[in-house]
Design a protein around this ligand. Structure first.
Ligand code: KG4
Ligand code: ZN
Length: 365
């Protein structure tokens, strides 16, 4: 019998309040009927980072508005839904709790089943939402708060091959921009400056390349940048436009080369499992970087794998990915009751040891 599932998704784990409606008939491509995102950038801009209490209050104010907008845009009501999916972690606990409480209220009032979703699973399953790829595929999650390689073998089956032991790359881009007086978010500004720069003028380290694993480290790049910047200022009395461009180009080149070498290693581990249709997918804000994206694509193609990068609106935090991940869990028979709790930490791969210092920032996990 043909089964069509329609799921309302809620996301509030960091600084985006989002709601979306996703529908899928059997294993046809899923359809995003609506996807509403209210960002909070301006609320936090004066503080140089996300303030958890401000974020949680803003989520509480915006969640019901988002849900109404998502249902109205889809032209549907709660009666047309089969389930309500909500991010239950990891993330800033106040925000996650706001979402879980809102979803519980909607579930209690409507009688709809409640599905708790791991935010990282939302990111990791996005290539199935956008490109309908089959398991198993290799995933690189690369954003302001996380960086890890995962083999996705099922909606709830993930094997982590490695990840950052300190900063995430987006965080390193943001800090680089701050140190050079460039606007936030740092990624796009550093990328723009790097275009005119010479990547070989300054020497940046290639962290952890001497170790055979897929783990990464980015905090040393920021320290190197600070040291090189201060040297230039000392020698020339200030930073010229070309100095800034060369520093950005050197920094970005180090990130590109580190990610491409670690990706090569992750692909080798993935290919050892002989996937029938090898795919490497990338998600997260840093995937917007054209130099990184182009190099990862080359590495994937060289290894005989297809490369997938979802559109940016679905790479960054959104609720369509949560609705879809919930739909995939729902199809497997998963149901959560009123005992669903908010979890600030929730590794996708429960069996892999936690990485020392990994996910330190946590806010944008
Ligand atoms: O996925 P995202 O919107 O939020 C989370 O961190 O979850 O990613 C935001 C991060 C920021 O650190 C931003 O600087 C980085 O992604 N980013 C970029 C680029 N665009 C955004 N990093 C490098 N190059 C870019 N073009
Ligand atoms: Zn995220």
């Amino acid at each position: 019998m043909v089964q069509t599932l329609t799921v309302l998704g809620l996301e509030s784990s960091c600084d985006d309040t989002a709601a979306a409606v996703v529908r899928q008939t059997d294993f046809e491509p899923a359809e995003i009927l609506s996807s509403i995102v209210h960002g909070q950038t301006e609320l936090h801009s004066a503080f140089g980072g996300v303030v958890p209490e401000i974020a949680a209050r803003a989520h509480t104010e915006k969640l019901d508005i988002c849900v109404k907008q998502a249902l109205d845009t889809a032209g549907l009501s709660l009666r047309d839904m089969d389930a309500i999916a909500v991010t239950a972690g990891p993330g800033l606990i106040g925000g996650v709790m706001s979402g879980v409480m809102c979803a519980k209220g909607l579930s209690a009032a409507s009688g709809l089943p409640l599905i708790g979703v791991n935010h990282l699973a939302g990111h990791a399953l996005t290539p199935r939402l956008t490109d309908k790829i089959a398991f198993p595929y290799l995933m690189l999650l690369v954003s302001g708060g996380h960086c890890q390689y995962l083999i996705a073998s099922g909606p709830e089956e993930f094997t982590r091959l490695g990840g950052t032991i300190d900063d995430a790359p987006g965080e390193a881009f943001d800090k680089t921009a701050r140190l050079l007086g460039l606007p936030q978010p740092g990624g796009p500004s550093v990328e723009a400056e790097a275009r005119a720069g010479n990547p070989n003028r300054f020497h940046f380290p290639r962290p952890l390349l001497d170790r055979p694993c897929c783990d990464l480290s980015f905090s040393g790049l920021k320290t190197a940048l600070l040291r090189l910047r201060d040297l230039v200022v000392l020698e020339r009395g200030g930073l010229m436009r070309s100095d800034r461009a060369d520093l950005c180009a050197g920094f970005q080149q180090a990130v590109v080369e580190t990610l491409s070498e670690k990706t090569r290693r992750a692909i080798a581990l993935y290919m050892a499992e002989s996937p029938p249709e090898p795919v490497i997918a990338v998600a997260g804000g840093v995937a917007a970087n054209l130099a990184i994206r182009a190099r990862l694509e080359t590495v994937a193609v060289e290894a005989g794998a297809k490369f997938i990068a979802p559109p940016l609106s679905l790479c960054t935090d959104n609720a369509a990915m949560i609705a879809f991940a919930g739909l995939e869990r729902f199809r497997l028979g998963a149901r959560d009751g009123m005992e669903l709790s908010a979890r600030p930490r929730w590794p996708l791969d429960q069996n892999s040891p936690s990485i020392l210092g990994g996910g330190k920032k946590g806010a944008k996990a």
